[in-house]
Design a protein around this ligand. Structure first.
Ligand code: ASP
Length: 342
């Protein structure tokens, strides 16, 4: 039987009703007590790392989870992390960058209803995750939810209440899990070398969602406080330059000061292609501006934190940003290279 480490961090799955609303309280052992049948197909050990609503989860917690997995990596065949759903897509992306080329499964899961609720998705999600983590050949970071395994770099929370809370963005769902039947379509890791753990993130990343009427001075303000800014612009990507609300000089200032600027899109599917229109072409061809292409904003933001944890040199940032890690970027990706091979 496979040895699985269950790492509990809080979230709705572990929450109980308090006078101030739901708050995480159930321990890892208590979660497991709801699915005794899981011990029929795997050996499970538990760690309670913290007990937080994922709204309170920060980059330091991602490092903490990754360090725990690093310490226990050789002792277990797979890892299941219970986590709140609200920031789970960010944590899944973060673990995908902090732990690369894992030959073992690292699965994040949670639920929309507490495991103690009479009607809940928690037991299914936890069982599915343990089953997926016990399966031969599964490697890398996934988010398992509502019968789907989604690559950690491709997940987004798209529903705030329904059980089908997550979707795989610009990439196929990697596997469908229906009790014992698991149909896996996609393998997450390209299998380049052995597992590599990273230890540093620089969380100095701001995401700016453009809306019509926004004043361009905001760029100056952000530049004083952050080292990287992702502009969630419109459609395939464009930066307003019309009349009194011209963002281009602000963009020029930021890039001249060595700030990393990435154009992304607020449209959920299909990504950016900023050179299509004049509004995007000017921005990406006049300044040192990157674009997210088909990456999720969640993955792009965390990828920048990971890259800036290692370098501040623009050309290196650019090369790393466009280098595929766990299938995070396909359009615009540099062919045949991974950072960890260097
Ligand atoms: N607020 C909760 C959390 O993210 C929501 C959930 O887990 O579904 O921790």
């Amino acid at each position: 039987m496979k040895r699985i480490l269950l790492i509990a961090t809080g979230g709705t799955i572990a929450s109980v009703q308090t006078e101030n609303g739901l708050a995480p309280a159930s321990t890892a052992e208590e979660l497991l007590s709801y699915i005794p049948e899981a011990r029929e197909f795997c050996h499970i050990s538990v760690r309670q790392l913290f007990s937080l609503d994922s709204t309170n989860v920060q980059p330091e917690h991602w490092i903490r989870i990754s360090e725990e997995i690093r310490e226990e990596y050789s002792h277990f065949d797979g890892f299941v992390i219970t986590h709140g759903t609200d920031t789970m897509a960010y944590s899944a992306a973060a673990l995908s960058y902090l732990i690369q080329n894992s030959e073992k499964p690292i699965i994040l899961t949670g639920s929309q209803k507490p495991i103690s609720a009479p009607i809940t998705d928690a037991r299914k999600n936890l069982m599915d995750s343990l089953r997926f983590a016990s399966r031969d050949g599964v490697r890398g970071v996934y988010l398992v939810f509502d019968g789907k395994a989604i690559l950690g770099t491709r997940a987004r929370k798209i529903r705030s209440k329904s059980y089908s809370a997550f979707e795989s963005i610009n990439y196929p769902v990697a596997a469908f899990i229906d009790e014992n039947r698991i149909i896996q379509y996609v393998d997450g890791e390209d299998r380049k070398g052995t597992v590599r753990f990273y230890h540093h993130l620089k969380p100095s990343v701001f995401v700016l969602k453009l809306i019509p009427g926004m004043e361009p001075e905001i760029l100056q303000y952000i530049g004083e406080r952050y080292d990287a800014i992702i502009i969630e612009s419109y459609g395939v990507g464009g930066i307003p330059f019309y009349n009194k609300r011209n963002f281009l000089s602000g963009l020029e200032n930021l890039t001249k000061r060595g700030k990393i600027v990435v154009i992304a899109t607020q449209v959920m599917l299909e990504g950016s292609d900023a050179e299509v229109y004049e509004v995007g072409y000017k921005a990406v061809n006049s300044y040192n501006v990157l674009q997210a292409y088909d990456m999720t904003v969640e993955a792009a933001a965390v990828k920048l934190m990971w890259i800036m944890g290692q370098t501040g040199d623009f050309e290196t940032v650019k090369e790393m940003f466009y280098t595929k890690v766990s299938q995070d970027i396909l359009t615009g990706a540099l062919p045949g290279k991974t950072v960890s091979e260097e």
